[in-house]
Write a protein of this length. Structure first.
Length: 96
């Protein structure tokens, strides 16, 4: 069992909102591309994992859009960021 004394420390370099989001997204893209390169060099068994990553990203986008709507963002604001129409966003993520 580990014992922690004192307050928890936060790495300020990792908590700058916009910079961290862009850096984290870039890191994630690099990891996924590296995985794809591994598959492309003959690791056919890893292809299934790569497809599952794609599904995970799709679910993450779904969760993010739902969260943004709950936070108060409009369909127009969300659609604009995704470069799709407001109607397309509503059809994909709107409640039936």
């Amino acid at each position: 069992m580990q014992r922690h004394d004192g307050p928890k420390r936060v790495n300020a370099a990792l908590t700058t909102p916009r910079k961290t989001n862009a850096e984290f997204a870039g890191f994630t893209r690099r990891v996924i591309r590296a995985h794809a390169r591994r598959v492309a060099t003959g690791d056919v068994e890893a292809l299934t994992d790569l497809v599952q990553l794609s599904r995970t990203v799709d679910r993450a986008v779904d969760d993010a859009v739902v969260g943004l709507r709950e936070f108060g963002y409009s369909w127009a604001e969300i659609a604009g960021r995704l470069k799709i129409s407001k109607q397309a966003a509503q059809q994909r993520w709107g409640k039936p």
